[in-house]
Design a protein around this ligand. Structure first.
Ligand code: COA
Length: 185
């Protein structure tokens, strides 16, 4: 497992899939991802099967969080599964990877867990995988995500104008990245 401050990243298991499909059907999650259509368990299982064939560095992680700061009847005080993260692709010749994540458990959004996950993944990318650059894409209306990435050292590099059509309007996609020699984690 890869340990952060209040999170741990472990391999996603088949047993996680029903929970993941439910999260991906939550408008507060799916609205920020490049997902247009409702998710089914069958589609999620098909995606999971494809991930098993990916190279190890590009396989997804389940995010477990320690819940001490979250007060909710629905939360186990020990490790609680809260989301999924990982690198969509790793480009070894150029030593870069694209990061993605979601905190699906609503009680855990806006409490610093996403920042913990991004810091942990970036540290793993630079210190273990020996990558030089981590990049990501985020829609312009996702202020918490943009703030989270800025806190982790990501800089805005570009903007794909009107690249996303959502709720009857076009949104820009922001391109952000952090380089190893400017990262102070
Ligand atoms: C985006 C996401 C991963 C961030 O994780 P998180 O745990 O919620 O974020 P954190 O609590 O670590 O940090 C959020 C920051 O945004 C700030 N923020 C929240 N709402 C904000 C707003 N409307 N405007 C500006 N900043 C805002 C918070 O105050 C916090 O910053 P701070 O620590 O300086 O106060 C999570 O909210 C999520 O999964 N959302 C749904 C799916 C998604 O958007 N995935 C990313 C797609 S690119």
């Amino acid at each position: 497992m890869i340990l952060g401050e209040r999170i741990r990243l472990r391999r996603l298991e088949r047993e996680d899939l029903p929970r993941c499909a439910a999260w991906l059907n939550d408008p507060q999650v799916r609205g920020h991802l490049a997902l247009l259509y409702p998710m089914s368990l069958a589609l999620e299982e098909q995606w999971f099967q494809q991930q098993l064939a990916a190279e190890p560095a590009a396989q997804p992680f389940a995010i477990d969080a320690r819940a001490e700061s979250v007060v909710s009847d629905s939360v186990d005080p020990a490790w609680t599964p809260v989301g999924v993260c990982g690198f969509h692709a790793v480009d070894w010749p150029h030593r870069l990877a694209e990061l993605g994540l979601f905190i699906g458990h609503g009680d855990f959004r806006g409490a610093g867990y996403g920042t913990d996950v991004v810091r942990t993944l970036v540290r793993w990318a630079f210190r273990t995988l020996n990558l030089n650059r981590v990049q990501l894409r985020v829609f312009e209306d996702n202020a918490p995500a943009i703030r989270c990435y800025e806190k982790c050292g990501f800089r805005l590099e570009g903007r794909q104008r009107q690249s996303r059509f959502q709720d009857g309007r076009y949104l820009d996609t922001l391109m952000m990245a952090v380089l190893r020699d400017e990262w102070n984690g």
